[in-house]
Design a protein around this ligand. Structure first.
Ligand code: ADE
Length: 239
């Protein structure tokens, strides 16, 4: 997979692309990441990339020409272009999985008050990372890159992806590590029992309970099996 980022601030991506799991994915060439400076495509002497909006109004708008030329310079037949925008469809794990299958993703980051609207004709999709407004698309691009790069084959252990939050519509079970008792606060004893089947059943029940408690919206969408309904009811009886 290749990811191309179009931005006015490539330096923002430097430590992100060198650190931890993402750093290794880049280092090992599992994902090839390229940052393209939009300003390099400005035509005037002062390399202007923004201007006042036609019709008046506050703030500056990113100009169509440098953005379109930057995009055209990297776009290929197998490219999928995403525009980072608070007006886009809200990103989620399913979208991350879908994007992880693409050969080439272009992430276009706007800045200032936004981009000249004509650019939207040239992108496949507008994506928002949530209902709030950022100063630019760079953080959104990093969120998207992080979530999809970890899904690309070879980046992290497939087993750790299987039971994680959202994978099947449920949150992850709670995890514990040493010490088993700290200041009297103990790890659930079943996890120390070595009984794999019981541990598996316990963890699944915890996933159901955590999701019901923390994300009632997710549990409402989830189709509970008869067995799972029973487990939740047992817990309600105990409360
Ligand atoms: N640019 C500004 N705000 C944004 C958001 N919420 N998501 C994606 N890109 C953005």
């Amino acid at each position: 997979m290749k990811i191309t980022i179009l931005t006015l601030f490539p330096e923002l991506f430097e430590s992100f692309l060198k650190t931890s799991i993402i750093g290794r994915v880049v280092q090992e060439g599992i994902v090839d990441v390229e940052c393209v400076q939009i300003r390099d495509f400005a035509l005037d002497k002062y390399k202007h990339v923004d201007d006042k909006p036609f019709g008046g109004g506050a703030g500056m708008v990113m100009k169509y020409q440098p953005v379109l030329d930057a995009l055209d310079s990297v776009k290929k037949d197998n490219s999928y272009t995403l525009l980072m925008s608070p007006q886009g469809k809200v990103y989620n794990q399913n979208k991350a999985k879908e994007l992880a299958q693409k050969e080439h993703i272009i992430l276009l980051c706007g800045h200032y008050e936004g981009l000249d609207a004509r650019i939207t004709k040239h992108v496949d999709e507008e994506i928002s990372i949530g209902d709030y407004v950022l100063t630019g698309g760079e953080l959104a691009a990093m969120v998207i890159m992080d979530s999809l790069m970890r899904l690309v084959k070879g980046s992290i252990n497939a087993a750790s992806l299987e039971e994680e939050s959202f994978e099947d519509g449920l949150l992850e079970y709670p995890q514990y590590t040493q010490p088993a008792d700290y200041k009297g606060d103990k790890v659930p004893s079943i996890l120390l029992s070595g009984h794999h089947a019981n541990i598996k059943a316990y963890r699944h029940k915890q996933r159901l309970l955590q999701t019901k408690k923390k994300r009632p919206d997710l549990i409402a969408q989830y189709t509970l099996s008869i067995e799972e309904k029973k487990k939740l009811e047992e817990e309600e009886d105990e409360e």
